[in-house]
Design a protein around this ligand. Structure first.
Ligand code: MLT
Length: 270
């Protein structure tokens, strides 16, 4: 059963959910979503993993942010949450898209913490100038016209045609997550992503195994960028999942859970 909890720090509270027993698995959501992104896959993982899924600053049930934050700040929040749970090493970190950027920072800023990573529907390079200017315009739309105006144009890219046709409930669920994201969070997150680090060279020195998962129909982080990331990581294994776009764990939870379980078995050397 998924349990909702709060981690209290001096200046903020981090809402998170947990489920399952065993190997700690930190699940980091993408933008403009929250930890409910993992709700379909977590019950399938609960027999092998202790799943921990936080809401990032400003997202989901977190309180409104009044100050800018960086991707590194989000990584440090995750480290603090794990410390609070008494978990100091041997963590599997799994991040989707923006959550992947946070996972990359977590691996570099807290080198002894993670023993395996799953980077899904994400990329390792930083923004081209056109992407950075698009982010500024999305931030301005959010602050001027509200969250829905800023994020709903992204919906057709988040899900595959197969999901739109066969899973209307998933489409509504994603729409609800997107439109319930606070306008200020959209603006701060766009700013944070604009200034994120480029990991394409830095990953070459990573020693942990990394599983790279992509959606065959993902146009936000297309298979070519997944391939580029996988080539940059010394111990990478890559999976492309059919009939999914940018939200592979939600669109194909069984396939996604099975890849995570195989990765665990391989890491255990069984
Ligand atoms: C996400 O899904 O988290 C975002 O699309 C990432 C991004 O905008 O770079």
């Amino acid at each position: 059963m998924i349990q909702k909890k709060l981690h209290r720090l001096t200046h903020r509270t981090i809402p998170f959910s947990t489920c399952g027993v065993g190997q700690p698995l930190l699940l980091l959501h993408g933008y403009p979503l929250d930890n409910r992104l993992w709700s379909s896959v977590v019950p399938l993982l609960a027999s092998s993993f202790f799943c921990i899924a936080p809401d990032f600053r400003g997202f989901g049930e977190s309180s409104e942010e009044t100050k800018s934050f960086s991707i590194a700040d989000l990584a440090d929040d995750c480290e603090s949450l794990l410390q609070g749970l008494g978990i100091r090493n041997q963590v599997f970190v799994c991040g989707l898209s923006m959550g992947g950027y946070v996972a990359m920072e977590l691996i570099e800023r807290h080198p002894d913490l993670c023993s395996m990573a799953i980077l899904t529907n994400t990329r390792c390079n930083s923004d081209e100038p056109a992407a950075a200017s698009h982010r500024r315009s999305v931030a301005n739309i959010a602050l001027r016209d509200g969250a829905a105006e800023a994020v709903l144009q992204m919906l057709p890219k988040l899900l595959s045609q197969d999901t739109f046709t066969n899973s209307p409930a998933t489409v509504e669920f994603v729409k609800d997550m997107m439109t319930s994201t606070k306008a200020s969070t959209i603006a701060w997150a766009q700013l944070a992503m604009t200034h994120r680090a480029d990991f394409s060279l830095r990953m070459k020195s990573w020693t942990i195994p990394v599983v790279c998962i992509g959606g065959r129909d993902d146009t936000i982080c297309p298979p070519t960028s997944l391939e580029q990331m996988s080539m940059a990581i010394p111990k990478a294994t890559t999976f492309l999942v059919d009939n999914t776009a940018h939200l592979t764990p939600l669109e194909a939870p069984r396939t996604f859970a099975s890849i995570c379980q195989q990765a665990q078995l391989k890491t255990d050397g069984r």
